[in-house]
Design a protein around this ligand. Sequence first.
Ligand SMILES: CC(C)(COP(=O)(O)OP(=O)(O)OC[C@H]1O[C@@H](n2cnc3c(N)ncnc32)[C@H](O)[C@@H]1OP(=O)(O)O)[C@@H](O)C(=O)NCCC(=O)NCCS
Length: 229
Amino acid sequence: MELVQDNLPPAAAFEITAEAPADIVAREALLDRAMGVNRKRKSSEKLRRGRLPAEGLVFVARDAVGRLVGTVRLWDVAVKLPISPSSGETGGGNAAALLLGPLAVDPCAKSAGIGSALMRHAIAEARRLGHGAIVLVGDEAYYGRFGFSSAATGRLAMPGPFEKHRLLALELEPGALAGAEGVIVATGRAAARLRRAAFDQSRYPRSSTAARTATSPPTCRRRPSACPA
Ligand SMILES: CC(C)(COP(=O)(O)OP(=O)(O)OC[C@H]1O[C@@H](n2cnc3c(N)ncnc32)[C@H](O)[C@@H]1OP(=O)(O)O)[C@@H](O)C(=O)NCCC(=O)NCCS
């Protein structure tokens, strides 16, 4: 837990903690307020839907009276590495990375340093946990201050529409994304609902519609016309 008060009046003090299950409703409401209800149409959402965030990398910011005023989560993904001369015809394999987002701060608490504190905390924890790189879709004008750039993402793509110049990365280990290419894929653990159904499927094969549905790869549940391509 980190209490952040530098350069802020006492009333603007906030702290960053791991998100608790009891924070989920407030976090979702904050995301709706900060980003609008269409936020789930983003391509990044395809890498999050039906998955749990990366272990130990889910944070919230609380104000002095405990209200949730900021959120950031990171997600396990993988990128394809090129074939190296030593790997012959078998391909270069995948490199693990993290997808950061959404990052959001309550509109009433903007420009108080909460977004920056969440970013710095998330990056430090990702580094401490041994992750090699973080990718995100966002404005370099904001994320550049934390070291993110498009230098290593030129040959990477999101699994849906995205603006190329907004796909940014930070290498926590130098060269972690060297030569990375192709569509970023989700590798995170299945969320509880999917895990439970997979368990049902293994116990009661073919007997459960829910299990059959949920053991399929996560898909967009909206009507196709409303989904990003
Ligand atoms: C982006 C966001 C997380 C920043 O949080 P914050 O707590 O206000 O950020 P900080 O206080 O650390 O930094 C504020 C500074 O960043 C700047 N900034 C914020 N968003 C920016 C952007 N998209 N591009 C460039 N600068 C930006 C602000 O103008 C401010 O500049 P200043 O210090 O010169 O006044 C917040 O504005 C937000 O929740 N926005 C809506 C959701 C969103 O766009 N999330 C990011 C995409 S996932």
